[in-house]
Design a protein around this ligand. Structure first.
Ligand SMILES: Cc1cc2nc3c(=O)[nH]c(=O)nc-3n(C[C@H](O)[C@H](O)[C@H](O)COP(=O)(O)OP(=O)(O)OC[C@H]3O[C@@H](n4cnc5c(N)ncnc54)[C@H](O)[C@@H]3O)c2cc1C
Length: 236
């Protein structure tokens, strides 16, 4: 899978929360993309006062079984050139990106249980991997622990609930670190979930994506329980 340059058109824009947006980019030239679930694409974006564009990577949130378009999920970072560029795009706009790239992708190992742990938009590559595993239907247990802050940050909950109903081997838990008093779901960070609910790392593979603090902490917690493969994608 060589890295290439793609021309695409924005075919859908969907606000998932107050500051998270989903974009579908339908490929125009070439018309198809081949990648591994978990990989990313990169945009060159302008930054005020800088003569050269900056490069910003974004994970593909859709599974590789969809070859004619890619879905991105991203949050607005105030004043950030990459996220501001993506937030400025509208249906019908033309974009150019490079990719696919990255070594954070789903490893073929149906004998292992899979644990995905993500924070915020770190869900993007995990979603691509989960949808791929569910399509493969190998019978391996798949768990997702997802950390967000407030109720207003929740998205994809119905999608994952529907997936869990259809596929008994998939389960997910969303935990909020700063919920309001009325929140009846889980509270706290994903690290707490890993500490309490991962009883054994035997035959387990762990995929982590999100902020560096979470990745470091979860990695240490998992390693304290024993040896198993841990794959990471640090966003910042
Ligand atoms: C391999 C890879 C894949 C990525 N995929 C995605 C993705 O699918 N969706 C996505 O939203 N982001 C993703 N990111 C982060 C993304 O590339 C940018 O870093 C992010 O959009 C901020 O860029 P910016 O130019 O808007 O702001 P910048 O000016 O570059 O960032 C300002 C500061 O914001 C912080 N920051 C960076 N990312 C975030 C974030 N997501 N939330 C809160 N604060 C942040 C950092 O501390 C950073 O120094 C990915 C990063 C990597 C390395």
């Amino acid at each position: 899978m060589a890295i290439g340059t793609f021309q695409a058109e924005v075919s859908r824009v969907r606000d998932l929360t107050h500051d998270v947006r989903e974009l579908d980019l339908t490929l125009r030239q070439p018309r198809e993309i081949t990648y591994r679930a978990g990989q990313f694409i990169s945009f060159e974006v302008p930054k005020e006062g800088f003569p050269l564009p900056l490069t910003r990577p974004y994970s593909i949130a859709s599974p590789p079984s969809i070859t004619d378009r890619v879905t991105l999920v991203f949050n607005l970072v105030a004043g950030g050139p990459g996220s501001s560029y993506l937030f400025g795009l509208q249906v019908g706009d033309h974009v150019s990106f490079k990719g696919p790239a990255g070594s954070f992708y789903l490893k073929e190992d149906p004998s292992r249980h899979v644990l995905f742990v993500g924070t915020g938009t770190g869900i993007a590559p995990l979603r691509a991997m989960i949808l791929t595993l569910v399509e493969q239907n190998n019978g391996q247990p798949i768990r997702l622990f997802w950390g967000l802050r407030h109720e207003r940050d929740l998205y994809y909950q119905e999608e994952f609930e529907a997936l869990a109903l259809r596929h008994q081997k998939f389960s997910f838990i969303t935990t909020l670190s700063q919920p309001g008093p009325g929140w009846t779901g889980l509270r706290g960070r994903v690290t707490g979930l890993v500490q309490e609910r991962v009883k054994s790392v035997r035959d387990l593979a762990v995929y982590l994506c999100g902020n560096g603090g979470m990745i470091k902490d979860v990695e240490a917690l998992v390693q304290a329980k024993g040896l198993c493969p841990i794959y990471r994608e640090k966003y910042y």
